[in-house]
Design a protein around this ligand. Structure first.
Ligand SMILES: *Cc1c(COP(=O)(O)O)cnc(C)c1O
Length: 390
């Protein structure tokens, strides 16, 4: 490998997580796997294939460019853009056979015109706002009438209708669900039927089985992130973040470390420098709270994190030397900081930590326990070695 610092993505675990979700929801609920933000930092093109081969039915992303990246790799997988696409870009959506979220009549009419012009029947999922106030037709009678007009447009396939939980509390979740149910019932009574009605993200899909409808939109749980509260699911963190010690040195009590000497050695100590910084997605505010694992033991991050490097206290870990493996995020079983623990340490959520990984840090994909591909965005073909899988 050309760099000691890398993100390890375990495709066996990803596959197993999808299978766990499939078993939990049964065969009749479609799984729209949310792989926006580069599959929460895991690499969307590679993950898409594993997910679709192990129980995924649909791929869901936030933006047109995310959808195009997937469409270029996979001509046939169904792809839903859950967010807004500008009017000027709707032609791309139609031409590339991508399903678009729709929340204005204007855009529905535009898509219908494009469908007619291109001889295609673009698929849409109507977004219905049950309280989140992000995107969606407002919850009122007028919207029902608008959606009925949209459903009658000749060149559109009104495939789905969906909403999103704010997850404010149990009572409000039930109220949001009821609002969607009531709207769908009115639409159905007026002759408008949807193949996919959906509202559940990861948490709701596990905690509220009664809300699953025809489709769920799990993101976090694909990657083994557990945030649900009422129920459990046997899923596992897919990612590890590792590097190797670059340098070991001894400090005298009172020596400063890193910018502003903000940290001063409280005793004679041994310091290891590791080639990971905030430009690799390790949060700068891990200062004073971050811990890494070396030789099975925890070492504290000391001194202000730099862009490309940071220092850890290895005084109490005997024998540490240059080249030793350092685990930034890993499994509990190896005494490593999990994504969940790291999120608490630096005061953010698990998803944000995953999304922080940057293109400088290569990804190593494991399958059947062995590395099958090294993705390095800085190299001309993006690969360090010939890939055996996408
Ligand atoms: C991101 C997103 C999801 C997935 O959320 P998780 O909490 O990661 O499961 C589902 N639906 C929409 C509309 C989203 O934007």
């Amino acid at each position: 490998m050309l760099r000691d610092t890398y993100i390890e993505v375990n495709l066996d675990r990803l596959a197993d997580n999808v299978e766990q979700i499939r078993r939990r929801v049964g065969p009749d609920v479609a799984i729209a796997a949310v792989i926006k933000a580069d599959a929460y930092g895991h690499g969307s093109v590679t993950c898409a294939k594993t997910i679709m081969e192990h129980g995924g039915d649909y791929l869901a992303v936030a933006t047109l460019t995310e959808a195009l990246e997937l469409r270029n790799a996979y001509p046939d997988y169904p792809i839903l853009i859950m967010g807004y696409t500008s009017n000027e870009n709707l032609r791309n959506v139609v031409e590339r056979g991508i399903t678009q979220c729709i929340f204005t009549e204007e855009q529905a009419v535009l898509l219908d015109q494009l469908g007619g012009e291109l001889g295609m029947k673009p698929k849409i999922h109507i977004k219905y706002d049950t309280g989140f106030h992000r995107l969606g037709f407002p919850d009122c009678e007028e919207s029902i009438q608008t959606i009925l007009r949209i459903a009658k447009l000749p060149n559109l396939d009104c495939e789905g209708i969906f909403s999103h939980f704010a997850l404010a509390n149990d009572e409000e979740n039930h109220r949001q669900f009821q609002a969607l149910e009531t709207a769908v019932k009115k639409l159905e009574e007026a002759g408008c039927h949807f193949r996919y009605r959906h509202i559940c993200d990861s948490i709701a899909a596990i905690d509220y089985p009664e809300f699953r409808l025809d489709m769920i939109r799990p993101g976090a749980i694909l990657y083994g992130m557990k945030s649900f509260r009422k129920n459990d699911l046997d899923i596992h963190q897919v990612v590890r973040f590792v590097t190797r010690v670059a340098y070991v040195q001894d400090l005298k009590k009172g020596d400063g470390v890193s910018y502003n000497y903000k940290y001063k050695a409280p005793r004679d100590m041994r310091l290891a420098t590791i080639p990971v910084g905030y430009a690799d997605g390790y949060p700068r505010n891990m200062y004073e709270v971050g811990e890494v694992t070396i030789r099975g033991q925890r070492a504290k991050v000391v001194g202000v994190l730099c862009m490309d490097q940071c220092m850890v206290d290895v005084t109490d870990i005997p024998g540490v030397c240059s080249g030793d493996e350092v685990i930034l995020y890993g499994d509990e079983a190896e005494n490593a900081v999990t994504i969940a623990e790291a999120a608490v340490k630096c005061g953010t959520n698990k998803n944000e930590l995953l999304c922080r990984f940057t293109r400088r840090t290569p990804k190593v994909y494991l399958k059947d326990g062995k590395p099958v591909k090294i993705l390095n965005a800085l190299l001309p073909d993006g690969q360090e070695k010939e890939g055996q899988t996408r």
